[in-house]
Design a protein around this ligand. Structure first.
Ligand code: ADP
Ligand code: TRP
Length: 337
């Protein structure tokens, strides 16, 4: 790789259908990066397995995500686009990293702490506890410099750096230390209930849901009960928070004025939001449907991407194995294979 070109990498879990939080927080910035950097993006189906144990849904979600990225402009000639589980080397690296990180660090990770607060620490699977280590392996195995993610992932990037430094302390310089790339204005997109929008919270607005479904999702956005004629506070309204992420500045200003002067209801705001979302995604919708109906094509793209990704992963793993004192990978022709 040309040393001035940085490598960017990110992943998205196949736990559901991609939503506008994924789009603004990760998909759009990731696609923009393909113009300037070497980029690798993957569908994190190993991570999805921490919560999803349904093969049909795993397959469906994988294809939904693949079609979404490609429809929105991911170019497989420019980006390496693949499925996590097609590069099993990450599991080998995750095990190795497991042996340099301590339990205390993982106990401070958000997902585990949240489970603990709910009294579920003995119920969650070991994979969920260990999730940050697999994520560190995902990043380190490709010598990634940049990781475009939403704000919720910042702690994981910090843990990744921590793990890499611990490994270096024991075995010497081996990995590239990655940096997170977070877009300030879309750090955390709110869901229709006002919490962070997430596939896991059932509060999403999907990027390519049918117009009917989109309308249903927008109409369900939670608002307060201020009557139509009364002035409203745009700063505390979920509809406005989403509108300002998609509408042009003048329109945002207009809606803000309407809120403040009263006589403008949440129903009006929802209609405007719906319109702006439809307009934003309309140019990509046909392409999405066409791609989504061609799973064979999606498979070909993901398989080709995985070959390229494995190539890089195996080179990094050869470096790692040597540092630890392991033999190189046995090859079929070698005597100890
Ligand atoms: P989800 O929480 O919906 O399961 P993922 O964990 O698969 O989403 O996240 C994929 C990417 O999208 C990550 O970089 C994550 O930070 C980003 N992302 C997810 N939800 C949001 C959100 N509500 N706002 C901004 N970025 C988000
Ligand atoms: N943990 C990320 C999420 O929940 C998905 C992910 C897995 C990821 N591996 C990654 C993101 C590596 C960036 C880099 O959104």
């Amino acid at each position: 790789m040309n040393s001035t070109i940085k490598r960017a990498l990110s992943g998205i879990k196949s736990t559901g259908t991609p939503h506008i939080g994924n789009y603004l927080g990760m998909i759009r910035p990731a696609i923009e990066l393909q113009e300037k950097h070497q980029t690798l993006y993957f569908i994190a189906d190993y991570h999805a397995l921490t919560t999803l144990h349904n093969p049909e849904k795993m397959r469906k979600n994988t294809y939904d995500i693949a079609a979404t990225f490609l429809a929105l402009g991911l170019d497989p000639q420019k980006s390496i686009f693949f499925r996590h589980s097609d590069v099993p080397e990450v599991c080998e690296l995750a095990w190795i990293l497991d042996c340099v990180i301590n339990m205390g660090t993982l106990q401070r990770a958000h997902a585990f702490k949240a489970a603990k607060e709910k009294g579920l620490e003995n119920e969650i699977c070991v994979g969920l506890f260990n999730y940050p280590v697999l994520m560190a392996a995902d990043i380190l195995i490709y010598d990634s410099h940049l990781v475009p993610v939403g704000k919720d992932q910042l702690q994981h990037i910090e843990i990744t750096r921590d793990i890499a430094q611990r490994f270096h302390h024991t075995f010497g310089e081996t990995f590239v230390l990655p940096q997170a790339l977070v877009q300030e204005e879309t750090m955390t997109v709110p869901g229709i209930d006002g919490q962070k929008m997430s596939k896991s919270y059932n509060n999403t607005i999907e990027i390519f849901s049918s117009p009917k479904q989109l309308k249903k999702q927008v109409m369900k956005i939670v608002t307060d009960s201020t009557p139509l004629e009364k002035p409203k506070n745009p700063e505390t309204c979920n509809v406005f928070a989403l509108y300002r992420l998609f509408a042009p500045k003048e329109k945002v200003k207009k809606m803000e004025e309407n809120y403040r002067k009263g006589g403008y209801g949440y129903g009006h705001a929802k209609k405007e939001l719906l319109q702006v979302l439809e307009e934003h995604f309309a140019p990509y919708r046909k392409k999405y449907e066409q791609l989504r109906n061609d799973e064979k094509y999606l498979e070909t793209i993901l398989t080709q991407g995985a070959q390229k990704a494995r190539n890089i992963a195996q080179q990094v793993m050869a470096r790692v194995r040597k540092k630890i004192g392991y033999a190189p990978y046995p090859t079929p022709s070698s005597p100890n294979s």
